[in-house]
Design a protein around this ligand. Structure first.
Ligand code: PNS
Length: 160
């Protein structure tokens, strides 16, 4: 079975992530979305909350599993027998960081390849931090995140 993993902090998952996840799921027998820790980021949702939100968004996809892992991505890929790590690229500004991580992961686990999917044009500007900033100031985030998780986000971050 061809298994790929799509890692990220997903704090929270956005339309941009869901686009990459569903397109990748169409290319592999199984896609595992894994919520991980990004040492450079302070998260607003627990890993369990982030997993629950992603599960709601991909509920109608049979070949997508959602998991959380606190450790190295290269180790998780080996543990799950994944052949590919899927990352989305929005702009050149994402590239340097992603390229560095891809090389480090290849060194740590030579059996896994990193594949980049280009983001859909309408999601070029979208990021979890932008969603949180807009929600925090009482703005409308309905165009940026799937409707099934809108309330989860505004309940936590929305301007009260
Ligand atoms: O959505 P993000 O924050 O850009 O995702 C980054 C993430 C979580 C995939 C990255 O920080 C990661 O892989 N973390 C797990 C720990 C690890 O393996 N670090 C070394 C990567 S070279």
């Amino acid at each position: 079975m061809n298994i790929a993993i799509c890692p990220g902090s997903f704090d929270p998952v956005t339309m941009g992530h869901i686009d990459i996840i569903t397109r990748a799921a169409g290319m592999f027998d199984k896609l595992i979305v894994v919520v991980m820790n990004n040492a450079a980021k302070q998260c607003s949702f627990t890993p369990e909350e982030r997993v629950a939100m992603i599960k709601k968004c991909v509920a109608d996809h049979d070949n997508i599993e959602v998991d959380a892992f606190d450790g190295l991505l290269a180790d998780y890929a080996a543990k799950r027998g994944a052949r590919a790590i899927i990352k989305g690229l929005r702009a050149m500004s994402d590239f340097e960081y992603e390229f560095q991580m891809a090389l480090a992961n290849k060194k740590l686990n030579p059996d896994v390849e990193t594949l980049f999917l280009t983001t859909a044009q309408q999601n070029m500007y979208l990021s979890s931090s932008m969603v949180k900033q807009i929600a925090g100031m009482g703005g409308d985030i309905s165009g940026f995140v799937p409707s099934v998780i809108l309330k989860d986000i505004t309940d936590r971050i929305g301007n009260k």
